[in-house]
Ligand binder design. Structure first.
Ligand SMILES: NC(=O)c1ccc[n+]([C@@H]2O[C@H](COP(=O)([O-])OP(=O)(O)OC[C@H]3O[C@@H](n4cnc5c(N)ncnc54)[C@H](O)[C@@H]3O)[C@@H](O)[C@H]2O)c1
Length: 298
């Protein structure tokens, strides 16, 4: 199947990032805002990010204009009707995603591919509510989508080989390096990264080190580009908590359960970079460790 138009549901961090990737590869994209309200903020965010790239000399102005011209923002799911591929990227909650897949089946053609960008939820659970299951799969991009090369292509229970082949080719077409993964909670990367971040949070709670020292140690000692706290803030602490809960639900091992500090930060609305505060305080330049953290937790 020749994919020329991609529908993306959800205009958050990942939705807009994936839209940029597809449009930069010459595809038409429609992004549907999944929650009520105007699309102005998403449009302004996209424009602002691209303008910055042009100002810094990382992108030509005509490339920016081409990307903007190929992306349409909408508030109606019906606008993905003529897309050959739909990628859902709404909130990481299984009930919302299942309901969306059911609605999408009534909108797109029978052979359009229906995919999810879920970080840890079961793709097979979303497939289970669909009538035409062979076209359902996972397409897991990484943040920031325009920069990160990997896409995990998730083979769920009844995904056809044709669907997998089409998605692998699509990923290469948009400049990504796809890896095929069987549908397992957390797939490859998050199944390894989530317990790593949780272990760092527990180290902080035990007083083994500070936010700074643990981050610094993993960068200088393990060669990671950022430490576990900076990474968690970058991903979004609500997303990290959802990943942790979903893996815990699956394996029921305490090792994977969300930690005290993570739960409290999410409860307080401190979700990392996107809200200006998480393990770090981003109102300071450079960001400083959140001064309310670091006391031992019993
Ligand atoms: N942040 C990451 O690093 C990352 C990486 C890969 C995949 N993902 C996955 O991508 C998806 C989106 O994550 P994101 O980081 O873009 O989050 P985000 O918070 O930036 O965006 C979430 C989107 O969901 C919408 N939304 C909120 N409540 C909703 C509801 N009740 N029903 C439907 N939609 C609702 C929001 O309007 C927003 O557009 C999630 O499934 C997440 O697990 C995230």
């Amino acid at each position: 199947m020749n994919i020329t138009k991609v529908g993306i549901i959800g205009s958050g961090t990942m939705g807009m990032g994936m839209a940029q990737v597809c449009a930069a590869a010459g595809l038409d994209v429609v992004v549907v805002k999944a929650t009520p309200g105007s699309t102005d903020r998403a449009q302004a965010g996209l424009q602002g990010g691209l303008d910055k790239a042009v100002e810094r000399g990382k992108m030509e102005a005509d490339v920016r204009d081409g990307i903007l011209a190929r992306i349409t923002l909408s508030t109606s799911e019906a606008d993905v009707a003529d897309c050959q591929l739909v990628i859902e990227s709404i909130i990481e909650r299984i009930e919302e995603k299942k309901a969306l897949f059911q609605r999408l089946e009534g909108i797109v053609s029978e052979d359009a591919l229906l995919t999810t960008n879920t970080s840890t939820l079961s793709v097979t659970s979303m497939m289970a509510v669909c009538k035409h299951r062979k076209r359902v799969a996972g397409l897991h991009f990484f943040n920031p989508a325009p920069v990160m090369k990997l896409v995990e292509v998730i083979h769920a229970f009844e995904t056809s080989d044709t669907t997998v082949d089409t998605l692998m080719a699509f990923c290469r077409q948009v400049g990504k390096d796809p890896v095929l993964v069987q549908d397992t909670t957390g797939f490859i990367v998050n199944r390894l990264l989530t317990p790593y971040m949780l272990n760092a949070f527990r180290m902080l709670e035990r007083g083994t080190g500070t936010i700074d020292s643990i981050d610094q140690a993993m960068m200088a000692g393990a060669g990671y580009p950022m430490g576990p706290f900076a990474l968690a803030d970058y991903i979004g602490l609500d997303v990290v908590m959802a990943m942790s809960q979903n893996i815990y639900e699956d394996v029921r091992h305490e090792h994977h359960s969300p930690t005290h500090t993570l739960v409290r930060l999410v409860e307080l609305g401190y979700l990392g970079r996107k809200t200006g505060r998480g393990f770090y305080d981003y109102s300071q330049r450079p960001p400083v460790p959140n001064p309310d953290l670091g006391r031992p937790v019993v």
